[in-house]
Design a binder for this molecule. Structure first.
Ligand code: NBP
Length: 484
């Protein structure tokens, strides 16, 4: 019998199953396989019943059902499982066949795997898939990178199943070589951490500062979702705030205030540290989850320290508008920082990233989808060489429009003892970024004082380094000048 399947998907958890059904809806024949093989039959008998989906009970059977070049997509837990499946697949595949990893793999792993699989004559794709269960089923955002020669073979399937924006463009395009797709997905997840933290800080200010109920905040988020903040995360926050438990009380009030994390936010911050890019907002978002998880310690500390009364005086609606503008301005900073990281990675790894194309991929289907990303796409369409989003005329105008509200919200939160780490780090970044002169002259003097690390002078050309014998006891030898 002629092999007839277009693609195999390994991994029948929530993402794999829904992607398979999505591919099936778009006319592709998919073979399903899973480490625990009984899940294949369960899937065929339930979710995939009445579809064209085929089941395989072994890797050789799965491969025998595939058209050439064979396309095998892994939707399994990131890490060891991916390496193990690659090893199991290689003996059964041929040069030109394609292994695709659609999980949340670390981009350095994808770089290593691309080189390894290519060394065996095969092609490799590491792709970000965002949108959770609903996205996988109805249209995710897909961010593929890896072996460029694999892309034409995968493009028709990926672009068919991806989310589409209003003009029909798919939220999926080629990102770049080796780990580029997973790097972009990781940065997306980092930005998602930041967006979520900003919303939580707005909620905290309204709840404790303005004494608002979940129903009242539901109305505010419903309103915000009609304007510049229109996005999936604002929309789900609106719905969460209206959701009632069985007893009719708001469910959100009964959820323990400890946040979990699976690592992609942390990876983004590690990458930013390695590349020297100040991703301060995402870092605060990650640390905010960490401090939330220290519940027992917080409970003890709360018995030792009291703070100012949180209630904020003045016109409530005016302050709600200020919070909206503070959130919006902080979000602009977060995306500015995220794009700085993408630019640094592109330079480091020689990826030719299409920044507007990335905004388009994030515009629909994924968790950070928003109207705002359309504006980022416009900014890069107008100027593909844009070095900072803040310098785009639209975002420059928006930041200026929001600045006084942003300062008022951060200052009020500090006075009232309500933590707003993401709002305030965004403002601090903005103030530092717009400063022609920072106090690093003193810092460099300190470094030279204790470690002979040298300094440059304002009255001499850049690149000339000086050392001063500050105490009269030191010598004239300086340390070498390098930056890590
Ligand atoms: P999980 O991340 O829960 O992974 C479940 C799958 O991994 C099952 O097929 C399981 O097989 C397999 N697996 C595990 Br666990 N350990 C394995 C091992 N050592 N060897 C072989 N297979 C192993 O599923 P998911 O939530 O559908 O996510 C799949 C991938 O997509 C992950 O990388 C995830 O980070 C990423 N992702 C998830 C989401 C989301 O919203 N859930 C969104 C975007 C991306 P078994 O049935 O035999 O245990």
């Amino acid at each position: 019998m002629e092999p007839k399947a277009d693609i195999a998907v390994i991994g029948l958890a929530v993402m794999g199953q829904n992607l398979i059904l999505n591919m099936n809806d778009h006319g592709f024949t998919v073979v399903a396989y899973n480490r625990t093989v009984s899940k294949v039959d369960e899937f065929l008998a339930n979710e995939a019943k009445g579809t064209r989906v085929l089941g395989a009970h072994s890797i050789p059977e799965m491969v025998s059902l595939l058209k050439r070049p064979r396309r095998v997509m892994l939707m399994v837990k990131a890490g060891k499982a991916v390496d193990e499946f690659i090893e199991q697949l290689l003996p059964h595949l041929e040069p030109g066949d394609i292994i695709i990893d659609g999980g949340n793999s670390l981009y350095q792993d994808t770089m290593r795997r691309t080189a390894y699989v290519e060394s065996k004559g095969l092609l490799y794709i590491g792709t970000g898939v965002s949108g959770g269960e609903e996205g996988a089923r109805r249209g995710p955002s897909i961010m593929p990178g890896g072996s460029p020669a694999a892309w034409p073979h995968v493009k028709p399937i990926f672009q068919a199943i991806a989310a589409k924006v209003a003009d029909g463009s798919p939220c999926c395009d080629w990102v770049g070589e080796n780990g580029a797709g997973h790097f972009v997905k990781m940065t997306h997840n980092g930005i998602e951490y930041g967006d979520m933290q900003l919303i939580c800080e707005a909620y905290h200010l309204m709840k404790d500062g303005l004494g608002m109920t979940p129903d009242e905040m539901h109305q505010v988020f419903a309103e915000w979702n009609k304007g510049e903040l229109d996005s999936y995360l604002i929309e789900i926050t609106r719905d969460i705030l209206a959701f009632k438990d069985d007893d009719g009380a708001p469910l959100v009030d009964k959820i323990l205030d400890t946040a979990g994390q699976k690592g992609t936010g942390k990876w983004t911050v590690i990458a930013s540290q390695e590349m020297g890019i100040p991703i301060t907002l995402i870092a605060e978002a990650v640390y905010s989850r960490c401090i939330s998880a220290m519940k027992d310690e917080r409970v003890i500390a709360s018995q030792h320290f009291s703070g100012p009364k949180p209630r904020i005086a003045g016109d409530r609606q005016t302050f709600i508008n200020d919070i909206r503008k503070a959130l919006y301005a902080s979000k602009i900073i977060s995306y500015t920082q995220g794009y700085m990281l993408l630019r640094a990675a592109a330079q480091e790894y020689k990826w030719n990233l299409n920044y507007g194309g990335i905004a388009l991929m994030w515009r629909g289907g994924c968790i950070i989808r928003s109207v705002f990303l359309g504006k980022i796409k416009e900014a890069f369409d107008k100027n593909p060489q844009l070095t900072s989003l803040l310098l785009d005329p639209f975002f420059k105008k928006e930041i200026k429009r929001c600045a006084s509200s942003w300062r008022k919200v951060v200052a009020t939160a500090v006075r009232k003892g309500i933590p707003v780490p993401a709002f305030s780090t965004a403002l601090a970044f903005f103030d530092a970024f717009r400063s022609e002169r920072l106090p690093a002259n003193l810092l460099q003097a300190q470094r030279d004082y204790f470690g002979a690390h040298t300094y440059e002078r304002v009255d001499k050309p850049r690149g000339q380094f000086f050392h001063t014998n500050w105490t009269g006891r030191g010598g004239t030898t300086s340390a070498s000048t390098y930056t890590v």
